[in-house]
Design a protein around this ligand. Structure first.
Ligand SMILES: [Fe+2]
Length: 251
């Protein structure tokens, strides 16, 4: 399916967790929430449109309890302040490497004060739970320092590590192409271990192999067709054209 701006696709995982997915903002960012009403847990990942999330949740009388961030680029943290203004007690989680002082001043990062941080090493996975929601958090730097992915309840939230057919650029301040390659190899083995019909939610809804822009693909589809996941070695991966762009952000 292709979500219109501001629409929410709601489904229930086999273990009873509500999954809300939306596409928001001018860069086609994909947003997701994991919701467990009985325990008053509502987790929003990388909110773009804070007000949009708040009004959609308020209609259902749901209070957001956590924000989880894959990384702190502005387009993934845009809605954090709006949500915090209304819910100052909300927990905001990210990896501590993503708030390194050396990168805070760069234009593409938004200063984000986490209430809680993960500190694990690259490729390591930690389990994170709230209510009956349980996610694996994998440290996967390369596109950005401290980048993490989340998976559980039928979805793999890739952030800007992976899009449907490609992977995140590695020419930004704080990017590390070799780290990205290692994170992608680890992601491949993680994805191979997950049910093939789980959904891979990309950080942005970019082109798929047929020119369409689906909101997600299955893990099986990503493993088969994603160019970065199928690169045989770092040299081939590093030469892919979408790793680097000639634009202002890369300056
Ligand atoms: Fe990013």
């Amino acid at each position: 399916m292709v979500l219109a701006k501001g629409d929410f696709e709601v489904s229930i995982s086999h273990d009873g967790v509500e999954i809300w997915i939306a596409q928001m903002g001018p860069f086609a960012n994909m947003n997701i929430a994991f919701i467990n009403r009985e325990n008053n847990v509502a987790i929003i990942v990388d909110p773009w449109d804070g007000k949009g999330w708040l009004s959609a949740l308020e209609k259902e009388e749901i209070t957001p309890s956590h924000i989880l961030l894959t990384h702190t680029h502005r387009d993934h943290t845009h809605g954090v302040a709006q949500i915090r203004k209304v819910y100052p007690e909300i927990e905001v989680w990210g990896h501590e490497d993503s708030v390194s002082p050396s990168i805070l001043g760069r234009i593409i990062f938004r200063r984000t004060d986490f209430t809680h941080v993960w500190k694990h090493l690259p490729d390591e996975s930690v389990d994170w739970t709230a209510g009956n929601i349980s996610l694996s958090v994998i440290h996967s730097p390369g596109h950005a320092p401290g980048h993490v992915t989340f998976h559980g309840h039928g979805v793999y939230v890739a952030g800007d590590l992976l899009f449907t057919m490609r992977s995140g650029r590695v020419d930004l301040p704080g990017s590390d192409p070799a780290a990205q390659w290692r994170s992608l190899r680890n992601a491949r083995s993680v994805l191979e271990s997950l049910p093939s019909d789980w959904r891979l939610i990309p950080g942005h809804r970019y082109d798929w192999i047929d020119g369409s822009t689906p909101d997600w693909v299955t893990i099986e589809e990503a493993l088969t067709h994603n160019i970065s996941l199928n690169s045989p070695n770092i040299e081939t991966f590093d030469a892919l054209p979408f790793n680097r762009f000639d634009d202002d952000l890369a300056a």
